[in-house]
Design a protein around this ligand. Structure first.
Ligand SMILES: [Zn+2]
Length: 391
């Protein structure tokens, strides 16, 4: 068992280790001398850290050609991060799938696994499945427990208590009905969880690699999920409930919503509601993909329904943009298959609500819709929380 002093020493060592890792992520391969300068660590400390990281397979030391020969005539050796060493494991426990991403120290994806599941599956059962996937990654050597800095988990439709995400030693409580203990023990690493759409939005924002961008991410699917990403971090809100675009009203005289509101966007633009609207207009489409394909063929009903959906989305988006002023709006989920036909009314609505107090420009585009977005974002959250500012 660790004593208090051991714990403190470990914390110092970990901070030193992170300085070395950050220097390598930021600058690429470095000689030991360069690392000494980068990290301001003593030669002895650096040597101990490097030795340990090499043993754990995180660093490799090799002769770098273009560095030429050192002063003593010997070729210069450089330390390189092993691109296959996993630094964080991200897991999305989605509604209909489980996705696992292993991210390297530079944030790149080292491995990805995807499993389709029954949407009726309980959260605890999803955790067990995820544990099985991670265990097989450990057994096959893709994940080494001793290089993992932390675990991130994205959970569908639950919002983590923002207070428990504070950057201190307080351990976050697990979501109701599930325990993440098995994951923590398996990888011997700390774990943090949040809403999966927020994490997908974070991964989406990292794609643009523009830290100055404020992004509004909307997933139009069975329901509507939305997340605001400010300077690369998802906005959680004072109660963990930020981003409920689906429950802003687009019609104050409209239909009642399960949330208690009236005329909520989600009551119209959930996939089933869009297909029902098409049916009411005399069109029969089995899916949004079929609706989008019919629109491509010039089907009047399909075109009309998509324009109607885009207009409602534009109405909600214009209100959100008034408050958030995002530089980019990203639309993902099944409905995004309708493409620019859906987005044009949104762009028009934003342009029409241009204020006379300053130029506002917002790019409205499609999301990457990568099935790994949620787990990529979860891994990114872990990397940023426990380690690397440079990711
Ligand atoms: Zn509602």
């Amino acid at each position: 068992m660790l004593t208090r002093e051991d714990g403190a020493l470990q914390a110092v060592r970990r901070r030193h280790e992170l300085r070395v890792l950050e220097a390598l992520v930021e600058n690429g391969p470095r000689t030991r001398r360069e690392l000494e300068e980068d990290t301001k660590l003593s030669r002895t400390t650096l040597s101990a850290i490097v030795g340990d990281l090499r043993q754990r397979g995180v660093l490799a030391e090799s002769v770098k050609e273009h560095y030429g020969e050192g002063r003593n005539g010997r070729p210069t050796k450089v330390l390189t991060l092993d691109p296959t060493a996993g630094a964080a494991v991200g897991i999305e426990l989605g509604r209909a799938r489980i996705s696992v991403t292993v991210a390297g120290f530079d944030g790149s994806s080292v491995a990805h696994e995807l499993l389709d599941i029954d949407p009726a599956m309980e959260l605890a059962a999803k955790v067990s499945r995820a544990v099985g996937i991670v265990r097989s990654l450990v057994d096959s050597g893709v994940v080494r427990g001793d290089s993992i800095l932390g675990i991130g988990v994205g959970v569908a439709s639950r919002h983590a208590d923002p207070a428990s995400l504070a950057d201190d030693d307080t351990r976050q409580s697990d979501p109701q009905g599930a325990s993440f203990e098995e994951l923590r023990l398996l990888l011997d690493a700390p774990l943090l969880w949040d809403n999966n759409i927020r994490l997908a939005a974070m991964a989406e924002s990292a794609r643009y690699a523009l830290a100055s961008e404020d992004l509004l991410y909307v997933v139009l699917s069975t329901g509507i999920s939305c997340s605001v990403v400010v300077k690369g971090s998802p906005l959680r809100g004072g109660n963990g409930l930020a981003g409920e675009l689906g429950h802003t009203s687009v019609d104050f005289e409209g239909k009642p919503c399960w949330c208690g509101g009236v005329g909520c966007l989600e009551s119209y633009l959930g996939v089933a509601n869009v297909l029902a609207e098409a049916a009411a207009r005399g069109g029969s489409f089995a899916s949004i993909a079929a609706l989008a394909a019919a629109a491509d063929d010039g089907d009047e009903v399909a075109l009309g329904v998509i324009a109607w959906a885009g207009t409602l989305l534009g109405r909600a988006m214009a209100t959100a943009a008034m408050i958030v002023d995002p530089s980019r709006v990203v639309v993902a989920g099944e409905l995004s298959q309708c493409g620019d036909r859906l987005l044009e009314p949104v762009r028009a609505a934003l342009a029409a609500r241009q204020l006379n107090i300053g130029n506002r420009s917002t790019v409205v585009g499609m999301g990457a819709s990568a099935p790994s977005s949620g787990s990529d974002g979860a891994a990114l959250m872990a990397l940023r929380h426990w380690a690397l500012d440079s990711v």
